[in-house]
Each structure stands twice: as structure tokens, then as C-alpha cells.
Design a protein around this ligand. Structure first.
Ligand code: DNO
Length: 357
């Protein structure tokens, strides 16, 4: 595996490449063209500039998170053809530039959903949190306003104000899309892009829906072992793979994370590893990465990744806001750096204990 950190680009991120370079064991970044709109073809110049900037700092681009999917593709509108063509162009240009992993998601309307961006924990840190009660109590169009004040001035991925301004319209567009339709539209999209992925050896890594259940009545399909295996089988190509995100699948306590990892051998192309602390099955907060701070056994998660021979990029995921840092919620430097060091420590211990058996 390769330890990486997500980075939004110098225009958008409070964390610098120089800082990332100093986290022990982090050799790559996962980045994106954050200003690009879903459906646009990325230009060769922009891709080259992104890579050059990262490489000048002594790091490399280990993959893209995300190349976002236009709603027309998820809904299955006739215009999807143009947007899929543009997506293929982007993949082709990324492949030619030497990038071989692309993370994306297929969530309708909202990307990840949290009801609080700064819940205070007993140690004084603040974290992202979710309660089903809070979601049930508001209308989708009020969601952005209710959390928007806590973004610390950053644009949150998937929660761009222009997008949130259209929430009602987006809901109307998804009116006739149920789980089966969403699966069919995902299959159509994947079948169209697999040839370019085969040609340039690009691993597509779908991110799970977060939380792993339907919110506001929208269909959500990438939520559990059964559905993800269905997706792997429906387009049975090794380039059709997943981002294994422990914090997203883990929102549903019925998901056995190590077992899911083992069942996805060969198809996990990217890993987001973080912990959650549950106060009840419908109230969780994003704890520190350490097993003892949350609900998951992080050792077992890392061990399962080791056992399936996972060799892709991995990254610590949302961190707590600590030590007075002001950053995009979940994406500060300090706690993610602690997370990277901890995950590297677990990995070293697993590798050595297996090798010395
Ligand atoms: C949240 C992230 C997601 C993820 C996308 C992938 O912090 O994990 O926004 O990047 O769902 O497309």
C-alpha cells in the first residue's frame, strides 16, 4: 500500500504540499481539479499543471478524488451520452498523464451527509457527526443552511453552494429513479467507460454512499456487501473496483468491515481508513483513528487489507479539528497526520509479525 493524503489544491486547501511532504511515510497525494464541474472534460494543460505542482514538492499524484459524475448520467437522461463522452476524454487524458486510479461516487443529489460539522468531544476537539433524528427533522433544502455556518469558510466537496441552491430541482429530477434504475444507470456508465480504463489501466474506485442508507428518500445503492458484490459482478472487469471507506460502510453497524474487505479481494483500488464512535445506531461522530477512541477495530481492518494483498493508495480520512487549527471540516493537517502515522504503525506491525512468523 502507499500512504497518501487528500489535497484540494493550493487555491482551496489550508494544508500545503510542503507540510504533507513532512508527514512520515506519506509519499503521494490524492487530488482533483476542484474547480471543474461534473460533466466537463478536463484539459491536458490543467492535468499537467496539477501533476507538475505536486511533483515539484517531492510528492506524486497517487490518484484522483474525484472525477464527479453528472446527474444526467445517474438519472439516465438522453444528455448522458455527451457527459459520458466527456468523462471518457478526462480518463484518457489522465491515463496518458500516468494517473491510474479514479475515485467517484454515484450518490444522488447529496454526496456524504453529516448533520454537524463541529460537534465538541470531551477532549475539546471538534468532529463531524450525524444523527438520523436531525435529518428526519428537516427538509433537504434546509440541510445546507443548517450546516453551512460551520464550514470555516471552505467549500465542502459535494456541498458546493451552487449545487445546494438547486436541491429542490435535483430532487424533482430524481423522482422516478429507484435503486434498480440507479443500478442500471451505473452499469450503463461503467460499460461505456471500461474500454478506456482497459486501454490506460485506470482503476475506477466507487466510493460508498455515506451514510450507508437512503437519506431523504433518495435511492442509495453502494451501501453493503450484497450490493457491492452485485456491482462487481454486473460489470465483471478488474478495473471496476471500489474505494473501501471504513467510515462510510461502517455507518451501518451490520456491515462487517473486515469480511467485506476480504470479499472484495482484487477489487479494492483505494482505501479510506477511519474510525467512528457510535452513541446509538443512528448517532455517530468521527473519532480519532485509534481503535480505542471509537467503535471499530482498526487493526482488524488493516489486517484484512494486508491479507488480500492490497497494494493501492490508502489515506487517513476525516480528522478531528485539534490544536486550534482552522481548516475544511474533516480535512485539517494535524489529526490526519496523526491518522497516517497510526495507520503506518499498524501496517508495519502487521507486515513484520506476518513475515517473522
Ligand atoms: C468525503 C469524501 C467524499 C468522497 C466522494 C468520492 O469527505 O469521502 O466526498 O470524496 O464521495 O466521490
Amino acid at each position: 500500500m502507499e500512504m497518501t493524503l487528500r489535497w484540494y489544491g493550493s487555491k482551496h486547501d489550508s494544508v500545503t504540499l510542503e507540510q504533507i511532504r513532512q508527514i512520515p511515510g506519506v509519499t503521494g497525494v490524492i487530488t482533483t481539479l476542484y474547480d471543474s464541474m461534473p460533466g466537463e472534460a478536463w484539459s491536458e494543460e490543467d492535468i499537467a499543471a496539477m501533476i507538475a505542482e505536486v511533483e515539484a514538492a517531492g510528492l506524486h499524484v497517487s490518484g484522483i478524488e474525484s472525477v464527479n459524475i453528472h446527474d444526467a448520467i445517474k438519472i439516465g437522461l438522453p444528455e448522458r451520452e455527451t457527459y459520458i463522452d466527456n468523462y471518457i476524454t478526462t480518463l484518457e487524458r489522465l491515463g496518458k498523464a500516468g494517473i491510474h486510479m479514479v475515485c467517484y461516487n454515484f450518490m444522488p443529489v447529496f454526496d456524504w451527509t453529516r448533520t454537524e460539522l463541529a460537534r465538541r468531544r470531551p477532549d475539546g476537539s471538534t468532529v463531524l457527526a450525524y444523527t438520523q433524528e436531525a435529518v428526519d427533522a428537516i427538509k433537504p433544502e434546509e440541510m445546507f443552511a443548517s450546516i453551512g455556518k460551520d464550514t470555516n469558510g471552505f467549500v465542502m466537496p459535494g456541498w458546493e453552494p451552487e449545487r445546494m441552491a438547486r436541491v429542490k430541482e435535483l430532487f424533482a429530477m430524481y423522482r422516478d429513479v429507484d435503486d434498480e434504475k440507479l443500478f442500471a444507470n451505473l452499469k450503463y456508465f461503467l460499460e461505456r467507460i471500461m474500454p478506456v480504463c482497459d486501454k490506460y489501466d485506470i482503476n475506477m474506485a466507487i466510493h460508498p454512499d455515506d451514510p450507508a442508507w437512503s437519506v431523504f428518500g433518495l435511492p442509495r445503492i453502494i451501501i453493503n456487501k450484497k450490493n457491492i458484490l452485485r456491482m462487481m459482478e454486473m460489470v465483471d472487469n478488474p478495473h471496476n473496483g471500489v474505494t473501501f471507506c471504513s467510515g462510510s460502510y461502517g455507518t451501518n453497524l451490520e456491515n462487517d468491515l473486515p469480511d467485506m474487505i476480504r470479499s472484495l479481494k482484487g477489487r479494492i483500488h483505494f482505501a479510506h481508513v477511519r474510525n467512528l464512535k457510535f452513541n446509538s445506531p443512528t448517532d455517530f461522530e468521527e473519532a480519532a483513528h485509534l481503535s480505542s477512541d471509537g467503535t471499530f477495530d482498526m487493526y482488524e481492518i488493516m489486517k484484512a487489507l494486508y491479507e488480500i494483498g492490497f497494494d493501492g493508495p490508502i489515506r487517513p480520512d476525516h480528522g478531528r479539528m485539534i490544536w486550534g487549527e482552522v481548516a475544511m471540516p474533516g480535512y485539517g493537517l494535524y489529526d490526519r497526520a496523526l491518522g497516517a502515522a497510526y495507520l503506518n504503525g499498524l501496517w508495519e506491525a502487521i507486515v513484520k509479525s506476518e513475515e517473522r512468523k
